[in-house]
Design a protein around this ligand. Structure first.
Ligand SMILES: Cc1cc2nc3c(=O)[nH]c(=O)nc-3n(C[C@H](O)[C@H](O)[C@H](O)COP(=O)(O)OP(=O)(O)OC[C@H]3O[C@@H](n4cnc5c(N)ncnc54)[C@H](O)[C@@H]3O)c2cc1C
Length: 342
């Protein structure tokens, strides 16, 4: 089948790869250049983890792991490093994650705060800690590049600087030509409703988020990926974090302003940066709190943070990844390919 994929972020690239693996005639069209920083998939790090309360996501993470490893092997690129991950904070939020990992047979431990403190000296803990060693971090830019390369290796065509202006029936219209498609895959992130305004989707809200990197106080300190759920002594917004080649990255989840992806300002809100600095000062003895270096990135969120992956006629859409889609990308590519195949 001729399949045109609109969007070359991690979801479009993974979909193109999985479709090409199945022998489809795939063309991926991306409006900007390779590795651009205007969407959701750029940068050096994303958390990979299994600790969801919902069994579906736990299983999806496991499937994605197999596919990330396949991708590493076929492209000879290191993408996913297992550093383990911790969840701490409100026990009523952590408990369902423990239960779900138990049901799935995923290895985990629950540690007292003092034991966690002596193991990971960069983080302060005041509640029991869920640790699962099979989690870690993905290199985001390398993952998008590798997925794209894997699609190319299987015969896909990838065209950059090629904005799709309209999807008209089985034709995908750009400035220079119309592409005929049996199925169109819309993986356009924050631009989904612009490129496919007629699709019936849950409301998608785009926000500009702003994590920041901090310089660690000591090289060689062990850093698991971490999620701090508000509760006990911690009264702020939920915080995620992980170490990366750019420093220790922390961010609030979905607190940024609503923006239009074409007119946003790429400027981090100083009040939000101050909250991250204050968090680092209180909870992360392993970083220099005065070294915050913010960046911006887009979330496209659904009302319940679940993903919108569906088929309508000859269009498949994969959108609304609500700030947590990266880790699952190759498994989502597989779901997209299933929908394309009917
Ligand atoms: C700060 C931040 C931290 C995150 N942390 C994590 C994490 O730790 N773990 C995790 O699992 N997830 C995380 N996420 C979420 C994850 O990164 C996203 O869910 C994922 O990158 C979404 O990818 P996407 O391909 O849907 O969107 P995008 O990467 O935005 O890709 C959409 C692409 O479509 C292109 N496009 C749009 N319209 C058109 C058009 N008309 N023609 C051609 N091309 C078009 C765009 O240019 C863009 O390249 C984070 C996100 C952010 C912003």
């Amino acid at each position: 089948m001729r399949v045109v994929v609109v969007g070359g972020g991690v979801i479009g690239a993974s979909s193109a790869w999985q479709l090409a693996v199945r022998g489809h005639d795939v063309t991926l069209l991306e409006q900007f250049g390779a590795g651009h920083d205007r969407g959701a998939s750029h940068g050096s790090s994303r958390i990979y983890r299994h600790a969801y309360a919902d069994d579906y996501y736990v299983a999806l993470a496991a499937r994605a792991l197999t596919l990330w490893r396949d991708l590493e092997e076929s492209t000879e690129t290191e993408l996913l490093e297992l550093t383990g991950a911790v969840d701490h904070g409100d026990p009523s939020v952590v408990r369902p994650r423990i239960d779900a990992l138990g049901r799935a047979g995923v290895e985990f431990e629950v540690l007292e705060p003092s034991a966690a403190q002596s193991r990971w000296g960069g983080i302060r803990f005041d509640t029991a800690v869920l640790y699962h060693p099979g989690a870690g971090r993905l290199h985001a830019d390398r993952s998008v590049a590798a997925s794209t390369q894997a699609a190319l290796d299987r015969g896909a065509i990838v065209e950059y600087e090629t904005p799709v202006r309209e999807i008209r029936g089985s034709e995908v219209i750009t400035d220079s030509r119309a592409y005929a498609a049996d199925v169109v895959v819309v993986a356009a992130g924050a631009w989904t409703t612009k490129v496919a305004p007629l699709l019936r989707l849950p409301p998608l809200v785009t926000t500009q988020e702003q994590p920041a990197h901090f310089v660690p106080v000591q090289r060689g300190l062990e850093w698991p990926s971490f999620i701090h759920h508000p509760g006990a002594e911690f009264r702020g917004e939920g915080i995620y974090g992980l170490s990366s080649v750019d420093g220790v990255k922390i961010g609030e989840h979905a607190t940024g302003p609503v923006v239009d992806p074409d007119t946003r300002n790429f400027v981090a809100d100083p009040a939000g940066v101050d909250r991250l600095i204050e968090y680092a000062r209180t909870w992360l003895p392993g970083v220099h709190a005065d070294t915050a270096d913010p960046l911006t990135c887009l979330y496209t969120s659904t009302p319940d943070s679940n993903f919108a992956i569906a088929r309508s006629g000859n269009t498949v859409v994969a959108a609304g990844f609500s700030g947590h889609g990266f880790k699952f990308a190759p498994a989502i590519g597989e779901l997209v390919a299933d929908l394309v195949d009917g």
